[in-house]
Design a binder for this molecule. Structure first.
Ligand SMILES: *Cc1c(COP(=O)(O)O)cnc(C)c1O
Length: 360
């Protein structure tokens, strides 16, 4: 293997190489302290700077103000947010609206039902989640509306979000967080497992409107309450320090690229290269998502039969293109081309697709 391959895994996933190398330094001797960033106290001044910088950089990238929002770095993955959100905000007599656009959204629904009424405001399950529904049956006075911005398994992405009016909007942005410009201020709570687009596994970013936390239930277990983490600035218990450190480096990398405008332009260019080739060869590489719903992050496709898919994946690894197998629940192939995937990686993939089509 070369020192670096093109990594198309869906998560944990590719990180900017500069970040990987920098974090390797910090893993040994952080800030010239003679200690690893893994060895220092989460209450030390050096770590405090890492933590506060990451919080501030994230808000800055999103165009949100510190007065209104806070960033929490929590453990338990995005999956824990599936239950923390209703635990805090869905009182028994209330209804929450869920837009069900994939397997992760279904898991969020399951947790919501433990706490209150769940209304499926829209679903695309009738066609295996290959599209984003356009009409939403929203409940007036709902506790919140829950959406998933990008559906990692099926390769669809939400472009137009439901207008929720005064109802708080919660969004699982795990697999396209900080990949594009957006009015982030219309959401009351955004959560994202870091390991798809902004860091290693082990930490989940929760960006929450502070005034909404004031309305959360308080009669719930300490670690489950957003209030606890807000009051202690995410340091109620030991945070996943190393993961937060790496997320911080990724945020600085995003700022160096030119922020979300530059990142979005790069993502659009990469996705266009791949989708344009697929569209011209759709008798062989068949995209599984409807064109107007497809994701700039996870590109899903099938080949004419499973035997060809198997050899496609086997051959691709010989070209150092790694992780192209689709999720086990949907099969086929998937190329995850997150922020950190260089344009050259997608070029190499498209070249391989051309060669494979020609030579088998
Ligand atoms: C991966 C993923 C999750 C689950 O994340 P964990 O951190 O493994 O709990 C949730 N939602 C989406 C959209 C995902 O892609």
């Amino acid at each position: 293997m070369p020192e670096r391959v093109y990594n198309f895994y869906a998560g944990p996933a590719i990180l900017p190489y500069e970040v990987v190398k920098e974090s390797a330094k910090g893993a040994v001797n952080f800030n010239d302290l003679g200690m690893s960033v893994m060895e220092i106290s989460h209450r030390s001044a050096d770590f405090d700077r890492v933590f506060c910088d990451a919080q501030m950089d994230m808000l800055r990238i999103m165009g949100l103000s510190e007065d209104e929002y806070t960033v929490l770095f929590l453990g338990g993955g995005a999956s824990t947010q599936f239950c923390m959100v209703p635990f805090n905000f869905l009182k028994e007599s209330m209804t929450a609206d869920y837009v069900v656009t994939g397997g992760w959204a279904k898991k969020a629904v399951k947790e919501g039902k433990y706490f209150g009424n769940v209304n499926i405001a829209a679903t695309s399950e009738d066609r295996n989640f290959c599209y984003i529904p356009g009409d939403y049956d929203l409940t007036p006075g709902a506790a919140y509306v829950h959406t998933t911005s990008n559906n990692t398994l099926v390769g669809t992405q939400m472009r137009d979000f439901p207008e929720t009016g005064n109802v708080p909007h919660v969004c699982d942005m795990s697999s396209d967080f900080l990949s594009r410009r957006m009015d982030y201020g219309k959401f009351s709570l955004i959560y994202a497992g870091a390991q798809k687009n902004i860091g290693p596994s082990g930490v989940t970013a929760v960006v929450v409107r502070k005034s909404w936390v004031d309305q959360a239930r308080e009669d719930i277990p300490t670690m489950m309450a957003y209030r606890t983490h807000l009051d202690k600035n995410s340091l109620f218990n030991t945070p996943p320090c190393f993961a937060v450190y790496v997320v911080g480096l990724v945020l600085k990398w995003i700022l160096e690229q030119g922020g979300l405008e530059a990142v979005e332009a790069a993502n659009e260019k990469k996705a266009a290269l791949l989708y344009d080739y697929m569209d011209d060869n759709s008798d062989f590489y068949m995209g599984t998502a409807d064109r107007d719903s497809r994701s700039l992050m996870n590109v899903t496709f099938r080949l004419p039969d499973e035997g060809l898919e198997k050899s496609f994946i086997a051959e691709s690894t010989k070209r150092n293109l790694i992780g192209l197998k689709g999720h086990r629940s949907v099969g086929g192939c998937r190329a995850s081309i997150y922020n950190a995937m260089p344009y050259e990686g997608v070029e190499a993939l498209v070249q391989f697709m051309k060669d494979f089509r020609k030579n088998g």
